[in-house]
Write a protein that binds this ligand. Structure first.
Ligand code: ACO
Length: 469
């Protein structure tokens, strides 16, 4: 072997120059690179108990001067929470780890309220004590009752809910100090206790009927039923099947993670606002047809469709980009599968109609609409399934609730979730006042012109354009 060959085969000399130092990347992190400047930052990862990893951008703006843009918070976790878990792909909903199907079948609404508020299902003693604590708060202050007279008779009951619940702040100064944990507890129990009374009175007011007294020997749902449907001239007999159906409806609506109304309650509460004002804000947000108002909208839509032979035309309308019509009670921000609450609601719907001996053509129409939509390519591709609102209206209508009261029922159930999230937020050391930023696309700084120097502009704008039409 020649020396030349030996040299050629020799292993390369080890690199003596120290390699350029790259910043250490923590194992559980994400790298953000600004392609314009070439700078990189490490963003810590957070891991949910279930549901994967998140990028923690808490310090992003402070460290980099860059904001994120996420309209509708489609990719943003706004808080930590251990109340409710949703797996939207699989159609799973758990409250404090318990599946909604099991809670709806085996629990009652008071237990679910306790679970949401306090983290565990109550023991028998805790349940008795919680229920009696709720019972002592069912009455409304006489002056609050006279508040109803300020509303026009045909006021939408949700507008009465927003007003009366907000007004509770002026009646209960003993529980508006949010730094006092006793006051927080009192306000939480009061709100859960008074919501059925406030809701039922909104209905009675629309009928011009006297306000019934809550019956504290009844369960929460029985009491709601009797306040809604009793009249002073007759003895009211509570049907246990209907009371159980109400209880199930309340359980199915009790909480749903960081939805629009719950996020509204948290945002209102983040400024230190009192709990009554926060829940009133939640009620306002719930009212919209894209949220809790959808149950009312479903019945209106079924009325409009009218008969099965017109379903095809409405399915087409829902797919037309130039038509604002959407299939109400269909689709969900998180569920890309059947909403588990909708399944329980559909079964309850059949039970209730059977007990009442009601043959509602709307149920048949709804089931046919569901069948056709679930076989349609558009709905399959976009993973649009019935949500909780699709069947709830049909049950409530069969029970005698007017359409305008559907969202009120939702609000009564959801109060448990709203107040649990408010409580959780106040304890969270990461909580801050909610103050999103924006992607500013307006005018740059410009000179102010006095009125006489402002010339006409050629830009033609209509009112419709100015108001986003
Ligand atoms: N009918 C027809 N198309 C729909 C529907 C629907 N019900 N829902 C969503 N889509 C379409 C959208 O047009 C959009 O299509 P594109 O991607 O071609 O633009 C796509 O599906 C995604 O819809 P988004 O509106 O972007 O989804 P988002 O998560 O913002 O909205 C929402 C969810 C508001 C629930 C929506 O599905 C909807 O409006 N549904 C009808 C109202 C309803 O039932 N609300 C109750 C929700 S559950 C609750 O609050 C208790």
């Amino acid at each position: 072997m020649t020396q030349k060959t030996a040299a050629a085969k020799a292993p390369p000399k080890p690199e003596t120059k120290a390699p350029a130092k790259t910043p250490a990347k923590p194992a559980d992190s994400f790298t953000l690179t600004d392609n314009a400047s070439g700078k990189s930052w490490q963003l810590p990862a957070r891991t949910s108990v279930m549901g994967g990893r998140l990028i923690d951008i808490k310090r992003l703006y402070g460290d980099t001067g860059v904001l994120t843009y996420d309209p509708g918070y489609t990719s943003t976790a706004s808080c930590k929470s251990d109340i409710t878990y949703i797996d939207g792909e699989k159609g799973v909903l758990l409250h404090r780890g318990y599946s909604i199907d099991e809670l709806a079948e085996k629990s009652d609404f008071m237990e679910v309220c306790y679970l949401l508020l306090y983290g565990e299902l109550p023991t028998p003693e805790q349940k008795t004590s919680f229920e009696s604590d709720i019972r002592i708060h069912t009455l409304l202050h006489e002056q609050l009752i006279s508040f109803y007279n300020g509303f026009i008779r045909n006021a939408h009951p949700m507008s009465i809910m927003v007003g009366v619940v907000g007004a509770l702040s002026s009646f209960y100064h003993d529980s508006t100090d949010i730094t006092d944990i006793g006051a927080r507890r009192l306000a939480a129990h009061r709100l859960i206790a008074k919501m059925p009374t406030i809701g039922a009175y909104a209905y009675k007011y629309s009928l011009g009927m006297s306000f019934p007294t809550p019956h504290n020997d009844c369960s929460y749902s029985e009491n709601l039923l009797q306040m809604m449907f009793s009249n002073p001239a007759e003895k009211y007999k509570i049907d246990p099947v209907l009371a159980q159906a109400i209880d199930r409806i309340l359980i199915l609506h009790a909480d749903h993670e960081q939805n629009a109304s719950t996020s509204t309650v948290r945002l209102a509460g983040s400024s230190g606002a009192n709990p009554y004002a926060c829940i009133a804000a939640g009620i306002a947000s719930l009212w919209g047809p894209a949220h809790g108002g959808a149950n009312e909208a479903v019945l209106k839509m079924l009325d409009e469709i009218g008969s099965a032979d017109r379903i095809g035309a409405y399915i087409k309308k829902a797919q037309d980009k130039n038509d604002k019509f959407r299939l109400m009670g269909f689709g969900h921000r998180v569920y890309k599968n059947y909403d588990p609450r909708a399944r329980v609601m559909r079964d309850t719907c059949h039970e209730v109609l059977e007990v009442l001996g009601v043959e509602d053509p709307k149920l048949k129409l709804a089931m046919e609409l569901e069948r056709i939509a679930l076989e349609d390519d558009y709905f399959i591709k976009k993973k649009l399934y019935p949500n909780v609102d699709f069947y709830s209206g049909i049950i409530m209508k069969a029970m005698g609730f007017p359409t305008s009261m559907f969202t009120v029922m939702f609000a009564i159930g959801r109060t448990a979730g709203w107040i649990s999230h408010w409580k959780e937020m106040l304890r969270d050391e990461d909580s801050k006042i909610g103050r999103p930023r924006q992607l500013y696309l307006g005018a740059k700084a410009r000179e102010y012109l006095p009125l006489d120097r402002r010339g006409h502009t050629d830009k033609k704008v209509s009112w419709a354009w100015l108001w986003g039409g």
